[in-house]
Design a binder for this molecule. Structure first.
Ligand SMILES: [Zn+2]
Length: 288
C-alpha cells in the first residue's frame, strides 16, 4: 500500500481477517467477506489470482451499464464497510454490505418512467388502489444455491387474499432468485384468477431490470418469461418497496422450507398474522 512504501509505520495486514496484506486485490476480491458479497449479490466467483485491474477490465468489456453500476456500488460499499470496521468498530459482514448496496440508490441506466424512480423507495407497505390486487413477492437464498420463494396477496382494504411459498429452487444469485420468484408468482396469480395485479419486490436490481426490459444475461431471460405472462392479465405493474415494507413476503420466503409448497386462500400460516397487522397499521387507506 502507498503509506507503507513511504516508510510510514502502519500494519499491512487486512484489518478484517488478518490473514493477508491488505492489497487492493485482497480488500475487494479476496477477503472472505468480499468473496461472499460478489457471489451472493451477483453470482460471481472470483479466481484467487485475479488482479483488480483485470477484474475491472472484464466488467467494462461486458458493456452493460447495469452491471458496471452494480460493481461500482459493491466496491464503494466494501470500502465504506472496511472503514467503518476500522474506525468506528462497526461489524463487517457480507449481509450488512449487501443490505447497504440495496439502500444506496443505484444510478441505473433507466430513462423511461423517470418520474417514478425509487431512489430511496418506500419503507412501508402501502395498500393498492381499490380495483387492484397487490402481490408482494420475495426470495430467500439458503445453502447450495437453494432458494425459497414467498408471496402474500392483498386487496385495497389490506385484507389477505392468498399467501404461499415454494421450496427449493436453484438460483445462481439472489437477484436471479428474486426474478424466478416473480415468474413463479405471476403464474400462480393468473391461476388464482387475479386480473389487475401490482406485483411488488424489494429487489432494486429486479425492478430496474424489469423497467429496462431487454438484455443478454440470465436475469433478462427470466424477465422475458415474466413478460410473456402479461397477456394473462388486464393490468400488471411492478413496484419497489424497501425490505421493511416487504416483511410478509419475506416471512413466507424465509420459512418456505418448512411451509413447503402450500397456497393459503384468504388466510396465511401462524406467524404471518402480526406482520399483516403491522402493514395494516402502517398503511393509510387510499382515498377513492
Ligand atoms: Zn481480509
Amino acid at each position: 500500500m502507498h503509506l507503507r512504501n513511504k516508510q510510514v509505520d502502519v500494519d499491512p495486514c487486512c484489518p478484517v481477517c488478518g490473514e493477508e496484506d491488505e492489497t487492493i486485490e485482497h480488500l475487494f476480491l479476496r477477503c472472505h467477506v468480499s468473496r461472499s458479497c460478489w457471489f451472493v449479490k451477483l453470482g460471481v466467483r472470483i479466481d484467487p489470482g485475479t488482479l483488480f485491474t483485470d477484474f475491472m477490465r472484464e466488467v467494462l468489456q461486458q458493456r452493460d451499464s447495469w452491471v458496471v453500476a452494480e460493481v461500482q456500488n459493491m466496491i464503494y460499499c466494501l470500502w465504506e464497510a472496511r472503514n467503518r470496521w476500522l474506525f468506528e468498530e462497526r461489524k463487517f459482514d457480507f449481509a450488512m454490505v449487501i443490505a447497504r448496496t440495496q439502500t444506496l440508490g443505484i444510478v441505473a441506466p433507466v430513462t423511461a418512467n423517470a418520474g417514478e424512480e425509487p431512489r430511496h423507495g418506500k419503507a412501508t407497505w402501502s395498500r393498492p388502489a381499490a380495483s387492484v390486487i397487490k402481490v408482494n413477492v420475495d426470495a430467500s437464498m439458503g445453502r447450495d444455491n437453494l432458494a425459497g420463494f414467498g408471496f402474500v396477496a392483498r386487496d385495497g382494504d389490506g385484507e389477505i387474499l392468498a399467501a404461499g411459498s415454494k421450496y427449493p429452487s436453484v438460483a445462481s444469485s439472489s437477484t436471479i432468485a428474486e426474478a424466478l420468484g416473480l415468474r413463479w408468482v405471476m403464474e400462480i396469480s393468473s391461476q388464482l384468477g387475479f386480473r389487475r395485479v401490482q406485483f411488488e419486490t424489494d429487489s432494486l436490481q429486479l425492478y430496474y431490470a424489469w423497467k429496462k426490459g431487454t438484455g443478454r444475461s440470465v436475469l433478462f431471460s427470466v424477465i422475458h418469461d415474466c413478460i410473456s405472462f402479461l397477456s394473462l392479465f388486464d393490468f400488471v405493474d411492478l413496484s419497489f418497496v424497501r425490505r421493511q415494507g416487504n416483511a410478509c413476503a419475506d416471512f413466507m420466503a424465509r420459512n418456505a422450507s418448512t411451509l413447503s409448497d402450500v397456497i393459503w386462500i384468504e388466510e396465511g400460516p401462524p406467524g404471518l398474522f402480526c406482520l399483516l397487522q403491522a402493514d395494516l397499521l402502517a398503511s393509510v387507506p387510499v382515498l377513492s
